[in-house]
Design a protein around this ligand. Structure first.
Ligand code: ADP
Ligand code: ASP
Ligand code: MG
Length: 419
C-alpha cells in the first residue's frame, strides 16, 4: 500500500465529465489499496474569469480581496469532485486550504507556505476516506485567506505530500510530462523521462509553466519525488527527483520561453555609489520581483540601467521608478512590454563550454537580436523581441538536436568549465 498525492490541473477538471473521469481515476487508485489525497485546481479558465471580474470593478483591486475572490475557484472543484466520488460509492471528504492547515505568510496573491499541519488529512485517511484538498490557497496564522500565485496548486500538492510523507506526488496535467520545449510551440519536442530538481528548477523559473517554480523548490527541499503525467491517458510521464548516477546526463535538457515579463530602462542615472542600491531597494519594498539587471558602461558620469520584472508587478514598478527618476535626477525612463526570455537549460553545461556561443550563433542565424543575457552554471537566458519568441525556441530546439538525440553531443573542445 502506498500513500499517494494526486494533483489535477484546470483542464483536467474543466467540465463535469472531466471531474467524473478524475473521480474514476482516484477511486481506481484507492481500490488498488492505496491511500489517496487529491489536490485540485479551479475548473478550466475559472481563475482567469475571476481576474476579469475583479478588473471590471477595480483596475487595481486590493490584494486581500483578490485572494477572497480567487480562492472560490478551487472550492467549487473540491465539492464537485467529492460528490462525484460519492456517486461511485466511495467515501470522500473535501477541505479548503485553511481547513487542512496550509499556513502562509501574508503576501496576498503570492503567499509563501510556512507550515503544513495536515492533521485532518491524516485523520480522514485513517478513517479510510479519500481526501480532496483545494489547491492554490492557504491562510495566515490570523486566519486571512491567501493564494500562492498562478499555478500554485502544484505547490499545494507537493507541500501536502511533504506534510504527510507521501510516497509520491503525481501531477496530472494536459500534456504527457515535461518536454524538451513547450509541446504546443515545438511539434517534435521530446518527453523527458527523468529530470533532476536542479534542472527542473531552472526550467520552471524560465517559463516551463507545467510546474510552478515553488513546487519544485518545495520538492527539492523536502525530497518529494514528483511524477508529471497526463490525466488523459495512462502513459508514464516525467519523474522529477534528486540527480543520481543512473540518470542520463544530457548536456541540454530543454529550451524554455517566457513572455510574462516586461523591461524597464532608466536613462542617464548618475554613476555613483548607492544608486543601484536605492533603485532596487525601492522596487523590493514595492514587492516587485526583479529578474535580470543590466547596467551599461558609464559615459561622462552617467549610465543606463535596464531590468525585467513580471508584468503583474508593472503598475507598482512604474510608480516606484517614476519617483526614483525624480529623486536621482535621471534623464528619462521607458517600458517595453513586448519582450521574451528564451533559455537553454542543462546540467551538462557545467563541464561543456561553447553552449552559450552556439546559442548566440543560432539566434543570429534565425535573425533574432539579443537584448540582454544572463547565465547560471546550468542555464543561458537571452531577452529578445516578444514577437520572435516561438521562432527562437524552434531554432534552438533544432540547433541542439533536442528532438532526435537522447544526449546532445557538443562540437566544441571539452576542456574547462562554465557555459
Ligand atoms: P495545469 O492546468 O494542469 O496546471 P498548466 O497549463 O499550468 O497545466 O501547465 C501545462 C502546460 O504547460 C502545457 O499545456 C504546456 O503547454 C505548457 N508547457 C510549457 N513548457 C512546457 C514543457 N517544457 N513541458 C511540458 N509542458 C510545457
Ligand atoms: N487556479 C490557479 C491558476 O489558474 C492555480 C492552479 O491552477 O494551479 O493559476
Ligand atoms: Mg499549472
Amino acid at each position: 500500500m502506498a500513500l499517494i498525492v494526486q494533483k489535477f490541473g484546470g483542464t483536467s477538471v474543466g467540465t463535469t465529465e472531466r471531474i467524473r473521469a478524475v473521480a474514476e481515476r482516484i477511486v481506481a487508485t484507492h481500490i488498488a489499496g492505496n491511500e489517496c489525497v487529491a489536490v485540485v485546481s479551479a475548473m478550466g479558465d475559472v481563475t482567469d474569469e475571476l481576474l476579469l471580474l475583479a478588473r471590471a470593478v477595480n483596475p487595481a483591486p486590493p490584494e486581500r480581496e483578490m485572494d477572497m475572490l480567487l480562492a472560490t475557484g478551487e472550492q467549487v472543484t473540491i465539492a464537485l469532485l467529492a460528490m462525484a466520488i460519492h456517486a461511485l460509492g466511495h467515501e470522500a471528504i473535501s477541505f479548503t486550504g485553511a481547513q487542512v492547515g496550509i499556513v502562509t505568510d501574508a503576501g496576498h496573491t503570492k503567499a509563501r507556505i510556512q507550515e503544513v499541519r495536515a492533521d485532518c488529512v491524516k485523520d480522514a485517511l485513517a478513517e479510510g476516506r479519500i481526501v480532496i484538498v483545494a489547491g492554490f490557497q492557504g491562510s495566515t496564522p490570523e486566519g486571512q485567506i491567501t493564494t500562492l500565485g498562478r499555478g500554485g496548486s502544484d505547490t499545494t500538492a507537493v507541500a501536502i505530500a511533504a506534510g504527510i510523507s507521501a510516497d509520491v506526488c503525481e501531477i496530472y496535467t494536459d500534456v504527457d510530462g515535461v518536454f524538451t520545449a513547450d509541446p504546443r510551440v515545438v511539434a517534435d519536442a521530446r518527453k523527458i523521462d527523468v529530470i533532476s530538481y536542479e534542472e527542473m528548477l531552472e526550467m520552471a523559473a524560465t517559463g516551463a509553466r507545467v510546474l510552478q517554480l515553488r513546487s519544485v523548490e518545495f520538492g527539492r527541499n523536502h525530497g518529494v519525488v514528483m511524477h508529471v503525467r497526463s490525466s488523459f491517458n495512462d502513459l508514464p510521464g516525467t519523474i522529477v527527483k534528486e540527480a543520481d548516477a543512473s540518470m542520463e546526463q544530457a548536456i541540454i535538457s530543454g529550451v524554455t520561453h517566457d513572455t510574462s515579463e516586461a523591461k524597464i530602462t532608466i536613462r542617464d542615472v548618475p554613476d555613483q555609489p548607492g544608486v543601484a542600491s536605492q533603485v532596487f531597494s525601492a522596487l523590493a519594498e514595492a514587492n516587485c520581483n526583479v529578474d535580470m539587471i543590466v547596467q551599461n558602461v558609464s559615459e561622462e558620469g552617467s549610465t543606463d540601467i535596464s531590468f525585467t520584472i513580471p508584468k503583474e508587478d508593472l503598475v507598482r514598478a512604474k510608480r516606484t521608478v517614476e519617483t526614483m527618476v525624480a529623486h536621482l535626477g535621471a534623464r528619462t525612463w521607458s517600458v517595453d512590454e513586448s519582450i521574451a526570455k528564451v533559455s537553454l537549460v542543462g546540467a551538462g553545461m557545467k563541464t561543456h563550454p561553447g553552449v552559450a556561443a552556439q546559442m548566440f550563433t543560432a539566434l543570429a542565424e534565425a535573425g533574432v537580436n539579443i537584448d540582454m543575457i544572463s547565465t547560471s552554471s546550468i542555464r543561458v537566458s537571452c531577452v529578445i523581441s516578444g514577437e520572435q519568441a516561438e521562432q527562437a525556441v524552434r531554432a534552438l530546439h533544432e540547433t541542439f538536436g533536442l528532438a532526435e538525440h537522447e544526449v546532445y553531443v557538443e562540437t566544441a573542445p571539452t576542456t574547462g568549465g562554465g557555459n
